[in-house]
Design a protein around this ligand. Structure first.
Ligand SMILES: Cc1ncc(COP(=O)(O)O)c(C=O)c1O
Length: 448
């Protein structure tokens, strides 16, 4: 396709005519190629990609070893009948199954939602129960069962969710609902209170809790240390399974291979996606031998076209190699500290920055109307995002317009939080450049 620039009329006419709108706000830049931490538009401008594509490209774009793996594997063995296994699949299952002790059985799929579907089916079959609990700001995907436990958007207008889908609030240290005497978050009381509500609604069929260790679409809410252990205990008391969805937090981004390792808590089921293929569609479900055996005895089925496909599995192996050999989890800690410290300096300078949060290279930057009310300010965040893009930095706002339920009742609107997750291969210079751009963008947005 020949383009005259980002304004190419024929291109945008084709978008209008043929691209079904699926809920994204389409960027006006036409991206024609990407390399490392940059994407390049139709006018040759480099834009720092601080969302790692869709929070996935942890090795940056077109990493030479991924390019080489795709070339080699696609020429050798790409896709197979779903009942045939191939060496890259068995090797990746083995690598993942030893990375997370206690989760040695691995199923390889394509997308995040799909991995959660498989995990939820597993939990329901093994426990013989059907109720699932999640956080009220969760995002686990938009397929059937996954969307039933996705509470941060996309529920209105699609008919009934699965019966027995319950939500509890996620702990939020910036806006605590329950506090200790010193004003800090009392997450234990909040969790106890939430489970009292779950118990009163349950029909005695609680199968699983599904959680992101850091809620991403919910606005980068990091579960405080100790929370996961307490949640696991709540699950054990009710003979429910704990499913952790590490679509975004997995593979080093938060400073450990998996985010749950900070807490010393192993889930019953772990799902990985986005970062596992670093941009290629690859996801995984990990569980214990015991759960897998119970499921198999009950004829567990999750049979898809692309289950156990060799090409994405080979990519996953290369992703793991690079994450380990280049020490990307350690880099995420060092560069995340550098980035957050720069953002905290900006917070001293600009009152509109309410909070800087996150772990490793998964960072939340929240803009507020004022620091007393802490009302999230989506309008200024939008202006800053626009200014940053003009200056060559792409950051994602958890941008979701409220859904009108009925009359004047609205729900779900967010908009003041940037979710910033650069590739783990980002350089110090690129971090510093992004900080300069954010500074300039805030200043321009405030004076506009
Ligand atoms: C935590 C989490 N789980 C699951 C998903 C769904 O993944 P996919 O869009 O690949 O189906 C997402 C997507 O944003 C996610 O953030």
């Amino acid at each position: 396709m020949q383009l005259t620039g980002n304004d190419d009329a024929a291109y945008w006419a084709a978008v209008d005519k043929h691209v079904l709108r699926y809920g994204a706000h389409f960027e006006p830049h036409i991206i024609v190629r990407a390399e490392g931490s940059y994407v390049f538009d139709a006018e040759g401008r480099g834009i720092l990609d601080f969302t790692s594509g869709q929070m996935s490209a942890i090795l940056g774009h077109s990493h030479p070893r991924i390019v080489e793996t795709i070339r080699r594997q696609s020429a050798e063995l790409d896709h197979l009948y779903s009942g045939m296994l191939a060496p890259p699949v068995v090797s990746l299952a083995g690598r993942l199954g030893t990375l997370a002790p206690g989760l040695e059985k691995v199923l390889l799929l394509s997308t995040g939602a799909e991995s959660n579907e498989a995990a939820l089916r597993l939990a329901k079959l093994v426990t013989g129960k059907h109720e699932i609990v999640a956080f009220s700001k969760s995002w686990h995907g938009l397929t059937g069962a996954a969307s039933s436990v996705t509470f941060s958007g996309g529920r209105t207008g699609y008919g009934p969710a699965a019966s027995g889908s319950f939500a509890i609030p996620a702990p939020d240290a910036y806006r605590p609902r329950f506090t200790h005497a010193d004003g800090s978050l009392d997450w234990q009381t909040e969790l106890d209170d939430a489970f009292n509500l779950v118990d009163s609604q349950s029909t005695g069929s609680l199968a699983a809790f599904i959680a992101e260790p850091i809620l991403s679409s919910g606005g980068i809410l990091d579960l405080p240390e100790g929370y996961l252990a307490a949640l696991k205990q709540k699950c054990e008391e009710r003979e429910m399974l704990l499913i952790l969805d590490e679509a975004q937090t997995g593979l080093g981004r938060t400073g450990t291979m998996f985010a749950f390792q900070r807490d010393g808590v192993t889930p019953d089921i772990l799902t990985l996606s986005k970062t596992l293929g670093a941009g290629m569609a690859l996801s995984a479900v990990l569980t214990s031998t015991e759960i897998e055996e119970k499921a198999h005895d009950k004829n567990y089925i999750f049979y898809t076209t692309h289950v156990s496909d060799p090409l994405p599995a080979a990519v996953g192996l290369t992703v793991l190699d690079v994450v380990e050999e280049e020490g990307l989890a350690e880099r995420a800690v060092a560069l995340g500290n550098r980035f957050r410290s720069g953002l905290c300096d900006l917070q001293q300078k600009y009152d509109c920055i309410g909070d800087v949060r996150g772990r490793g290279l998964m960072v939340g930057l929240e803009f507020v109307e004022d620091r007393q009310s802490k009302l999230s300010d989506g309008e200024i965040a939008n202006r800053i995002s626009h200014q940053a893009m003009q200056r060559g930095l792409s950051m994602n706002i958890a941008r979701r317009p409220p859904t009108v339920l009925a009359g004047s009742v609205k729900t779900g609107g967010t908009g003041g939080v940037f979710r910033i997750a650069p590739p783990l291969t980002v350089s110090e210079e690129e971090i510093d450049k992004a900080l300069d751009i954010i500074n300039d963008a805030i200043s321009a947005a405030l004076s506009a």
